[in-house]
Design a protein around this ligand. Sequence first.
Ligand SMILES: [Zn+2]
Length: 57
Amino acid sequence: MEYDYDNIGLDKIYTYNDLPDKQAGRCDNCGNSHFKSKVGDGEFLRECSNCGMKKSI
Ligand SMILES: [Zn+2]
């Protein structure tokens, strides 16, 4: 796997397949549990409201 939890880039959009939640429902980067969500093109994009990490779920 090319991604690892200790080296998360905030300019990337991760996918759940590449980087499953370390802790379900929490940001992998900062552990925050509040997200801004966006739905489009059949995808659900989850953005951490604290650090801005993005993951497509
Ligand atoms: Zn975060």
